[in-house]
Design a protein around this ligand. Structure first.
Ligand code: ZN
Length: 567
């Protein structure tokens, strides 16, 4: 039996409506309990902030494109070396850390769970090999479905039951956690050198529209009772005026909502929240998007907040990456994944002197400050696309302090600054709201009932930060907040202290979370017969070699769901 008591800290646990109360958190054998014996190890959190372990809903940390990014960027690694210690493996990397360094760096900030949000199903084996090698955190991955040939065929033919059975098969085969769509239909079009604009242009050769793909997968997501809503990177990424596509995407599933938690998650909205008609007059569409989210409970978003720094962009949206390559003239990597998706990689430096980059910075913060309900706006940087995850403390300081934002605003491109609304926004996040947007809301959205809170039975994942909320004023003292968040006083995972005073003191492998969803057997069998034929036609690989066994995961945590009665 192992026992730990986090004593006397100021606890922020929004899922249990605890807003800065001084209390103890007791953990026995990895779970929060109501008390421990006198022989328990004590972690003294007096005068410190205590929160559930951070839960990241969207961060590209593992898999083929991440690794291609690492190979493309020796300059990203050479000045940032993580030395071996008695408990740590060596590693490198600034914007694309190596696997072990990724785990250590998350743990140092008090994060204990991370989701890789874009895995080509065919390459899921690679993703899991890297997730197996990412210590300190629990993790999972979202397979890509929005440009999959079989999905488009099934939906086009109206065979939703079989399509749902196929999604269920794919989640098991790839050990995936949620349905991800990237530029639905558009990545396939780009494979043919074409573009699909908005929601209603048919995908070449498949004669199905993005709207039909999104709606079909949203219905299937609900039917399968999956824990997380469909996770959507919209069409028209980075185009001027694309805030309208973002709103239309949210609105296209509105009639499918019947209460409860949101049914659509739109990711990194900073990239799809632009007004204007071209690159010259691009502006912020955040007010319109925030207004829509404020009025509609079925939708939620994450930010993809820009950091002004050198980073590496990588996405399944290969067409967008080609555009970025043309604009920047930087290195460019491009891939096509047979019958499933594509991808691209381009290094990029966001600059305060650049008009469009400044607009991007403003869009992210305006979304965070204008969307009233912090449960439906999650803090991310779309790591590493808009900036590395190690800069989260900087973003949190901007959310908590108008002064911190003002310090950046003074250095922004002047005409961009004039077009933004950010300086008129006085809102400053509280510690309670920070706990919502970085752990409670993300855990809830992911359907992780044991995470994001510190109630009885929760995973014993706790972060302790050396800031006293009763004496500090985050608006004024934002630098102190930032510093404390960069190096947690303690990070505790399953009741074990992994980080102390910002240093890694112990390492654990962490578990891989995935979903096994059962559908009626007759539909499943019918789908499998059909799938075997299609597989022979479409893939260069045998179907028997495709699925990943549960024994392939270093530590598996399976979530089971049962499909509903009908779609
Ligand atoms: Zn992303």
């Amino acid at each position: 039996m192992s026992e730990l008591l986090v004593s006397n800290g100021w606890v922020y646990d929004p899922l249990n409506r605890i807003d800065g109360e001084r209390m103890d958190i007791a953990i026995r054998d990895g779970r929060v309990v109501d008390g421990v014996s006198a022989s328990a190890r004590i972690v003294d959190a007096s005068g410190m902030v205590v929160m559930p372990g951070g839960v990241d809903i969207h961060s590209h940390i593992a898999g083929s494109k991440v690794n291609l990014g690492r190979m493309m960027r020796p300059e990203d690694h050479e000045k940032d070396v993580e030395s071996r210690t008695s408990v740590m493996r060596a590693g490198v990397g600034r914007s694309i850390p190596s696997t072990f360094a990724t785990g250590y760096r998350y743990a140092r900030m008090g994060y204990t769970t991370v989701f890789e949000p874009a895995t080509p199903p065919l390459k899921a084996r690679h993703t899991h090999e890297e997730l197996n090698d990412t210590p300190m955190v629990d993790k999972g991955c979202f397979p890509l479905f929005g440009n999959n040939w079989l999905i488009m065929d099934y939906l086009k033919d109206g065979r939703l039951d079989e399509c749902a059975a196929y999604v269920s098969w794919m989640l098991k085969a790839t050990k995936g956690y949620a349905i991800k769509l990237v530029n639905p239909g558009g990545v396939e079009a780009w494979g043919w050198g074409k573009y699909v604009s908005g929601l209603d242009e048919p995908v070449p050769k498949f004669d199905i529209t993005p709207r039909e793909i999104i709606r079909g997968l949203c219905k299937i997501n609900t039917f399968l009772n999956l824990p997380h809503p469909i996770h959507v990177h919209t069409n028209d990424l980075a185009r001027a005026g694309n805030y309208e596509t973002t709103i239309k995407t949210m609105d296209c599933v509105r009639d499918l909502y019947h209460g409860g938690k949101p049914i659509i998650h739109i990711t990194h909205v900073q990239f799809t929240g632009r007004s204007g008609t071209d690159w010259i007059n691009v502006g912020s569409g955040a007010p319109e998007i925030a207004d829509y989210v404020n009025k509609h409970e079925h939708a939620e978003i994450d930010l993809g907040q820009i950091i002004f720094t050198d980073t590496t962009t990588m996405t399944a949206d290969g067409g967008f990456q080609f555009l970025l390559y043309m604009i920047s003239g930087n290195k460019w990597g491009n891939t096509d994944v047979e019958a499933e998706t594509g991808g691209g990689i381009v290094p990029f430096h966001y600059k305060k002197s650049n008009y469009v980059n400044c607009i991007q910075w403003g869009i992210g913060l305006e979304l965070a400050l204008m969307i009233e309900d912090p449960w439906r706006v999650h803090m991310t940087t779309d790591h590493p696309n808009a900036g590395p995850f190690t800069e989260y403390p900087r973003v949190i300081a901007w959310l908590m302090s108008k002064n911190a934002r003002g310090n950046v605003e003074r250095k922004l491109n002047k005409s961009a600054h004039r077009r933004l609304n950010v300086s008129s926004l006085d809102r400053e996040y509280t510690f309670y709201e920070v706990a919502i947007t970085t752990r409670a809301a993300t855990a809830k959205s992911l359907g992780l009932k044991d995470k994001g809170h510190l109630g009885l039975g929760a995973d014993g994942d706790v972060s302790v930060y050396a800031i006293n909320p009763t004496t500090i004023n985050p608006s004024r003292d934002y630098r102190l907040v930032r510093k404390a968040l960069r190096k947690a006083a303690y990070t505790i995972k399953d009741g074990k202290v992994l980080v102390k005073n910002g240093e890694v003191v112990a390492s654990v492998p962490g578990k891989t979370l995935w979903v096994s969803s059962d559908v009626p057997q007759d539909t499943y069998d019918q789908m499998l017969t059909n799938l075997k034929e299609r597989f022979e036609d479409y893939y260069t690989m045998r179907m028997s070699n495709y699925p990943i066994g549960e024994d392939y995961l270093k530590a598996s945590r399976r979530f089971e769901t049962v499909a509903g009665q009908r779609i």
